[in-house]
Design a protein around this ligand. Structure first.
Ligand code: C2E
Ligand code: CA
Ligand code: CA
Ligand code: CA
Length: 279
């Protein structure tokens, strides 16, 4: 038994070394990727549940290596967050999104609201309202067409500071959303503290509709609660017509999910907009 324990420790530390090596490797490659322009912004359509119209899109970053491999954000965003690289990545995503958004406005696409994810680091430690103001000015994209998504961890880490920053951002005219709602310590009382316009229901509640009646009740409650606070509600991760029908019956405002489209590269997103017919 003693030997077994030692072996287990050995494997454990080898795993750790491997993990640490992979992290450092990704960090180095990520720095190069940023310089060499290997990051891409994909867009996932957001649909109005009432009339089926495309009314917006969420910008989601991708890393496309020189060999064509597509690295998903969950493999590099956490590392970028810890190393501080997230701020330059996030600011770049913001600029790309507004630049494309303005171009779409000028080429006659229907008006869209574009949502960009802000990481806790980027939100709390980077003069974000100055950055946003500058990007809007440089690209000409209207503030009220931009939505910034924040997670509970960004808001609750430093509540007072967070509220101050949110008010500054609101002052610019951008819309503010709370992302992954329901996964943290979200409560009605807490939500009231923050000037937020949009609530995004986490996809973990949507994925088991209609099998898990608990998740259906939680979803219905979150929608009702958001309405009480006069927030727009977005359901994410909608994959089936049945999930959509349930959300519609509960007057959820918008949804995004594979049912309509995966996140798409710019050219494919434009094609999507051109060909789109409501389901
Ligand atoms: P998120 O903000 O919650 O984004 C939604 C995720 O759900 C995206 O994963 C999207 O592709 C995925 N998704 C959308 N519809 C469906 C569906 O119907 N079913 C399923 N199973 N998944 C669906 P993605 O693009 O891999 O992004 C993962 C996370 O990485 C994001 O979660 C966000 O936290 C982070 N992220 C992505 N881009 C950025 C960025 O530019 N900045 C920051 N700070 N974080 C980002
Ligand atoms: Ca998001
Ligand atoms: Ca989310
Ligand atoms: Ca679930």
């Amino acid at each position: 038994a003693k030997n077994e324990g030692r072996n287990r420790f050995k494997y454990f530390s080898e795993d750790l070394t491997r993990a640490a090596r992979e992290r450092i490797d990704i960090e180095i490659r990520l720095r190069q990727a940023i310089e060499q322009g290997e990051l891409r912004v994909f867009f996932q359509p957001q649909i109005c549940i009432d009339n089926g119209a495309v009314v917006g899109a969420e910008a989601l970053v991708r890393w496309q290596t020189a060999s064509g491999e597509l690295i998903p954000p969950l493999r590099f965003i956490p590392i970028a967050e810890e190393t501080g690289l997230i701020t330059s990545i996030g600011n770049w995503v913001l600029r790309e999104t507004c630049r494309n958004g303005q171009r779409w406005r000028q080429t006659g696409f229907p008006p869209l609201r574009l949502a960009v994810n802000l990481s806790p680091q980027q939100f709390l430690h980077s003069d974000i309202s100055d950055v946003v103001a500058k990007v809007l000015e440089e690209t000409g994209f209207p503030a009220e067409r931009l939505e910034l998504e924040l997670t509970e961890s960004a808001l609750m880490k430093r509540e007072k500071e967070a509220i101050e920053i949110l008010h500054k951002l609101h002052g610019l005219g951008v819309h503010l959303a709370i992302d992954d709602f329901g996964t943290g310590y979200s409560s009605l009382a807490y939500l009231k503290l923050f000037p937020l316009d949009v609530l995004k229901i986490d996809k973990s509640f949507i994925e088991d509709i209609p099998q898990h009646t608990d998740d259906m009740e939680i979803t219905a409650t979150i929608i009702a609660m958001a309405k009480t606070l006069r927030m727009r509600v977005v359901a994410e991760g909608v994959e089936t017509a049945e999930q959509l029908a349930f959300l519609k019956s509960r007057q959820c405002d918008l949804y995004q999910g594979y049912l309509t489209s995966k996140p798409l590269p710019v050219a494919e997103f434009e094609k999507f907009l051109t060909d789109y017919r409501p389901i």
